[in-house]
Every structure is written in structure tokens, then in C-alpha cells.
Write a protein that binds this ligand. Structure first.
Ligand code: PGA
Length: 241
């Protein structure tokens, strides 16, 4: 893993933006895997500011809540439009976010995998990490062999995400997520990590065992991962002290 230590969130976002722009320039039809949450917001903001063209870009988002309509401001479909797609020249038929309102969710999972395969696999997958080590919505205990599937969300994940909702009761209990093996199929992974709340997760990612109790640990088996991590998030890593 290539570890890039940066000072803070702003520097992480700058680095991620330059990294992605460089990759996009060198690909004829870039296939990007995108993430939601607070972490990539700065990256998206910079891509918009720099007027990066998304004309030939195909995107696949990692995950979506089950049961939230796409018009719901807490849905990840809404988030992506709001934070990125509405402000760039992407063609919306090239955008893929799992449909958490699909009547047949199993079919939706299957079709999502198929669409990624048809696009020729993801060139660069942008990832964040949960405080419990989740990637996408793959919670601790998820099989490393998992493909796109429906999950029960951890209480810790629902608590962390409740800041976006009026109450904890409103946070969905289920989600649809690309599986760990689906993520590992990406040709390259860009993992962004910022802030004290992630310090324990970073220490475990870099120094802990590779096992399904800590989903992100699987990334140590991937051949092409860049981690951009700020000082606060590095603060519990032993060799950094
Ligand atoms: P965050 O979420 O970017 O809002 O911290 C990351 C994640 O849970 O994967």
C-alpha cells in the first residue's frame, strides 16, 4: 500500500483531486467507483471548481440505503447529484447508484454486478473507511468473497450516520452495497481518511490482522492501493508516534 501522509482534510482533498484528474486524463473512458459520506465532499468540491470534464466518465457508487426514495435528501443518489453530478458535464445514463427502492433487491444486486462487468471493471475506486473498519456498507463479519448484496447496518454505522437525519429511528436499517470482492476487483483503489474519529481504524488497518472482523484489512491484499491519510487519523499508528 502506498501511504501518503498529509496535514489535514484540505490537503487530503487536494491530493485526491490531483490524483483522480491525472488518472482521468490518461484513460479514454474512465470508470470511476465513487463513495459518499463526509470524506469525499472536499474532493468533489475541487473537481467541480477545477471544471474537470466528466463527459466520457462512467461511475458506479458503492452503496445506497434500502427504502429511501431517490428524491430523499438522505439517499446517496441525491447526495451524488447534489455534491457532484449536477455541477459537472456527466451524462446521467453513465451514472450508476444501486437502487435501494427496487422491488426485487436480489435482482438489483445481480444487475449491478453485471453493469460493472459490462463497463470493463472499475479503474479507480474512491473509498472511505467506517470507524468499525467497514468499506462501502460491508460491516465487520462480511465475507471477503462477498459480491453486491443487501446488509443489515451496524448500530455504530447507524449512529455515525444519524447526524444527517432528524432522529436515529429515521436511519435505515438496511442497505445495498458492492461486496468486498467486488471492491477488490477494482484496478486501483484510493482510500481517503481524515480526522481523530478514524485514528483507531487506521491503526488497525495498518498494524492489525487481516481478517473479516475488520473489512478494510483486506485492502492490504490489493496490489494497487493509495491511502491518503491526515495527521489526526494517523495519531494512533505506533510507528508514527
Ligand atoms: P464518512 O464515512 O466519510 O462520513 O466518515 C465513511 C464511511 O463510513 O465509509
Amino acid at each position: 500500500m502506498n501511504i501518503i501522509k498529509v496535514m489535514d482534510y484540505a490537503e487530503m482533498s487536494d491530493y485526491a483531486c490531483d490524483f483522480l484528474m491525472n488518472k482521468m486524463e490518461n484513460l479514454q473512458k474512465p470508470v470511476l467507483g465513487l463513495a459518499t459520506g463526509s470524506t469525499p465532499e472536499g474532493l468533489y468540491h475541487r473537481l467541480i471548481e477545477k471544471k474537470v470534464s466528466f463527459r466520457n466518465v462512467v461511475t458506479f457508487n458503492l452503496d445506497e440505503y434500502v427504502g429511501l426514495d431517490r428524491k430523499n435528501p438522505n439517499s446517496y443518489y441525491y447526495y451524488m447529484n447534489d455534491k457532484l453530478f449536477n455541477h459537472v458535464d456527466i451524462e446521467m445514463d453513465k451514472v450508476h447508484v444501486p437502487n435501494g427502492s427496487a422491488t426485487n433487491l436480489e435482482k438489483e444486486c445481480h444487475d449491478y454486478e453485471e453493469a460493472i462487468r459490462e463497463a470493463g471493471q472499475i479503474d479507480v475506486q474512491v473509498l472511505g473507511i467506517g470507524v468499525n473498519g467497514h468499506i462501502g456498507f460491508n460491516e465487520p463479519g462480511t465475507a471477503f468473497t462477498s459480491r453486491t448484496h443487501i446488509v443489515e447496518l451496524d448500530v455504530s454505522t447507524r449512529q455515525a450516520n444519524s447526524r444527517f437525519f432528524d432522529s436515529m429511528e429515521e436511519v435505515p436499517t438496511k442497505a445495498i452495497t458492492m461486496g468486498i470482492d467486488s471492491i477488490m476487483d477494482s484496478k486501483e483503489i484510493l482510500l481517503l481518511i481524515s480526522g481523530h474519529s478514524k485514528a483507531h481504524a487506521v491503526a488497525r488497518l495498518l498494524e492489525g490482522e487481516i481478517n473479516e472482523d475488520f473489512p478494510a484489512s483486506v485492502l492490504r491484499r490489493h496490489k494497487n492501493v493509495t491511502i491518503v491519510v491526515d495527521e489526526a487519523a494517523m495519531s494512533e499508528v505506533k510507528e508514527n508516534k
